[in-house]
Design a protein around this ligand. Structure first.
Ligand code: PMP
Length: 393
C-alpha cells in the first residue's frame, strides 16, 4: 500500500473529500511533495503558520528547548521558563487589563477554559454566542458554536446557551444580568470572514459593562497579526474581559491560551474546586516556539505589512467570476457563484501549485490566509495561478 492508501484505510477521516496533498517538507510559504511537487500555501494550515512554515527562529527555539526538558509536570505547578516568559511576552502585547495567561493545548480547550472561568467568576449560567460562530469541536465549544447542522447530532449540549446574530445591535438587549458571558469571534472566520463594525463592538462592550457580563473575544483565527494588528480587537478600540487564542500562537506547534486579569483568573485557584486542569497545556516546547513566534512577528515587522499585502491581493484578484472579496487584513474570503464553481477552481489551483480552501459554514467562498511572510512577488505568482484556475473553469 502506498501512503495515500494507508491514509484512507487507517486514519480516521474527517471529510468526504480530503485535499490528499502529500507533503514531505514545508518551508516559508511552500509545501513540497515527494515527487518534486511545490505548492504555495495560501491557507497557512488554517491560520497557523503566520510566520511561515519552519521559521528558522522558531526551529532554533524548539531545538534549544528539546535539549533542556520536555514535559515535567501538570500545567501550573513547576516554574518552567518557556511558559513564564511566554506569559510575560503575551502580556506585553496586550492592554494592562489582560495580564494573566492560562496556557492550554488548543483553541477548543482555550474556549472551554474561558467559558468555565466566566461561569465561575459571575456565578451565572447563561451564555450568549453568535449564529455561524465557530469556537471549536469539543462539547462546550460546540455548544457555543452557531451552526445547527454541526450541533444537531450531539445534543444535549450545554444548557443556557442563546444564539444571536453577529454584529446586530438588536442582540444587545439579550444580554442581561443573568448572562455570564458573551462569546464572539472578533472577526468571524468559518462563517466566511464577516467583520462587524467598531460601533457595534463598542456598544457590545458597554452593554456587557452595564450588566456585569464578561466579554470573551475568540481570536483563535484572527490573532497573532493576521488582520494587520497583533490582536484584531485593536481595530475596534475595545478590550475583552477574556481573550482566547491558539493557532498562529505556536508558529506551527500546538498551544492555546485564555487570558484575563488576576482578579477574574483568581477564582480558578480556590480550593477545593480547582478551575481547569491540563496535563500538557503550555507544553514547554510549544511555549518556546510561541515565544519565538512573537519575537519574529515583531522583529520582521510582519504585521505592518499585512494591509498592503491584502490590498495587493484584492487589486490582483479581479475577474467577472469573483463576486466579492471580504477581508480584514490577510484573513480573506473570495466569493464565487456557488460551491460547485469554487470546488473546481480550488482543485485546479492545487494542480497549478496553489493551495486555497473553503470555510466550514460558507462553501461559496475561497479561503485565502497566507503566511504573513509572503512577498509581493509571491503574491503576484499565486494570484496569477488562481486567475488561470478561474479562467479554465
Ligand atoms: N475558534 C475559532 C475562531 C477557530 O477558527 C477555531 C479553529 N478553526 C477554533 C476556535 C478551534 O480551535 P482548535 O481547532 O485549535 O480546537
Amino acid at each position: 500500500m502506498n501512503n495515500r492508501q494507508i491514509f484512507l484505510s487507517h486514519l480516521a477521516q474527517t471529510t468526504d473529500f480530503p485535499l490528499m496533498i502529500e507533503v514531505e517538507k514545508a518551508e516559508g510559504i511552500y509545501l513540497f511533495g515527494p515527487n518534486g511537487e511545490k505548492y504555495i500555501d495560501l491557507i497557512s494550515g488554517i491560520g497557523v503558520s503566520n510566520v511561515g512554515h519552519r521559521h528558522p527562529k522558531v526551529i532554533q527555539a524548539i531545538q534549544t528547548q528539546l535539549n533542556k526538558y520536555l514535559h515535567l509536570m501538570v500545567y501550573g505547578e513547576y516554574v518552567q521558563t518557556p511558559q513564564t516568559l511566554l506569559a510575560k511576552a503575551l502580556a506585553e502585547t496586550l492592554p494592562p487589563q489582560l495580564d494573566n495567561v492560562y496556557l492550554v493545548n488548543s483553541g477548543s480547550e482555550a474556549v472551554e477554559g474561558a467559558l468555565k472561568l466566566a461561569k465561575r467568576f459571575t456565578n451565572r449560567r447563561e451564555i450568549l454566542s453568535c449564529v455561524n460562530a465557530y469556537h471549536g469541536s469539543s462539547h462546550g465549544s460546540l455548544s457555543v458554536g452557531g451552526n445547527e447542522v454541526f450541533k444537531r447530532a450531539y445534543r444535549p449540549l450545554l444548557p443556557g446557551i442563546k444564539n444571536t446574530v453577529y454584529g446586530a445591535y438588536s442582540n444587545l438587549s439579550q444580554i442581561t444580568t443573568d448572562t455570564a458571558a458573551v462569546i464572539i469571534e472578533t472577526i468571524q472566520g468559518e462563517a466566511g470572514i464577516r467583520v462587524a463594525c467598531r460601533e457595534y463592538f463598542q456598544a457590545l462592550r458597554k452593554r456587557c459593562d452595564e450588566t456585569g457580563t464578561l466579554l470573551i473575544l475568540d481570536e483563535i483565527q484572527a490573532g497573532f497579526g493576521r488582520t494587520g494588528k497583533f490582536w484584531a480587537f485593536e481595530h475596534f478600540e475595545i478590550v475583552p474581559d477574556i481573550l482566547v487564542c491558539a493557532k498562529g500562537m505556536g508558529g506551527g506547534m500546538p498551544i492555546g491560551a485564555f487570558i484575563s486579569n488576576k482578579e477574574v483568573m483568581g477564582v480558578f485557584k480556590n480550593n477545593p474546586i480547582l478551575g481547569h486542569i491540563t496535563t500538557f497545556g503550555g507544553h514547554p516546547v510549544s511555549a518556546a516556539a510561541s515565544l519565538a513566534t512573537i519575537q519574529v512577528l515583531k522583529e520582521e515587522k510582519l504585521i505592518d505589512q499585512v494591509e498592503q499585502k491584502a490590498n495587493l491581493i484584492k487589486s490582483l484578484l479581479v475577474h467577472p467570476k469573483i463576486k466579492s472579496i471580504r477581508n480584514k487584513g490577510l484573513m480573506m474570503a473570495v466569493e464565487f457563484e456557488s460551491f460547485e464553481v469554487l470546488k473546481k477552481i480550488i482543485d485546479r489551483a492545487i494542480e497549478l501549485g496553489v493551495i486555497t480552501d473553503w470555510f466550514l459554514f460558507c462553501d461559496d467562498s475561497m479561503r485565502i490566509a497566507p503566511p504573513l511572510v509572503i512577498t509581493e512577488d509571491e503574491i503576484k505568482t499565486a494570484c496569477r495561478l488562481i486567475l488561470q484556475a478561474i479562467e479554465e473553469n
